[in-house]
Design a protein around this ligand. Sequence first.
Ligand SMILES: [Fe+2]
Ligand SMILES: [Fe+2]
Length: 341
Amino acid sequence: MINRKKIYNPSSQESVNERRIFGGNPTSIFELNKIKYQWAYNLWKVMLANSWFPEEVNMTQDKRDYSDGLTPEEKIGYDRALAQLIFMDSLQTNNLIDNVNPYVTSPEINLILVRQAFEEALHSQSYAVMVESISANTDEIYEMWRTDIQLRNKNDYIANVYEELAVNPTESTLLKAMFANQILEGIYFYSGFAFFYTLARSGKMLGSAQMIRFIQRDEVTHLLLFQNLINSLKKEMPHLFTKDLIDEVIEMFREAVRVESAWGDYITQGRILGLTSEIIHEYICYLADNRLTRVGLPALYNARHPIKWVDAFSSFNEQKTNFFEGNVTNYAKGSINFDDF
Ligand SMILES: [Fe+2]
Ligand SMILES: [Fe+2]
């Protein structure tokens, strides 16, 4: 079992070099004049520079598109994709604050987990702005996590690993939850994102796609956060990375690829131009390989990126022509390079 950190701990004499990702004995004072995990403090600054507000995205055309421009299949896909995102950001906000952060004993890492949780809450608000602005199917979309069996099954699976940590907090359930985080942020969001970008590429729901761009830019920092946590833990607590645990993690990734590919089929229903089952599956495999190799694990699929246009389409830095929103460039405060962390 691992213990939650004390929130007031004046008897601690822990020095900066003695800080641990978990299992430390912190004073719980944010002594940020001394930093052990420099990547965390660097990331904090990037996260702050990414600040944005959902109300600033212009959604007026989306309302018209949703009522007049979308095919029935596109509408169903839109509702399903949104319902899934609503669930995941709700889960993440609570998971980070109530499940993961209590065990993390480095103040600079607590700092970025709190910021991440704030961003997940902001994403929840952005879905509310999207649902309100299309002003149709509002309650249905918010009820889908309960009423849609496919969504329910997917969510049950996602929540399960986090639940394991909640009922049995050990070093290995915490580490597994960190890998689960990579899967959630790095795989489970992406069929939904690709769906919104595909609609936007055909000129529909441009405000929604813009909202998703802001959200995805945040998610990139969240991926980096947990990628660095896992890679730092490898050095700090190598004994946790047993063959059994790694086998379990690899099986989690394989199952995630199955679950997300099936979900992609469910939201597109084989009726969305440019997003076939094969493309979705290959894209998900490509993402899984990328997430695995970032934490030093072998690629499982050797998949190629089948929809490279998504990367440019989702990035503010490559939206130089600024064809969606007048104010986009105000937010683009610099690019982020995975290799800097
Ligand atoms: Fe999020
Ligand atoms: Fe996230």
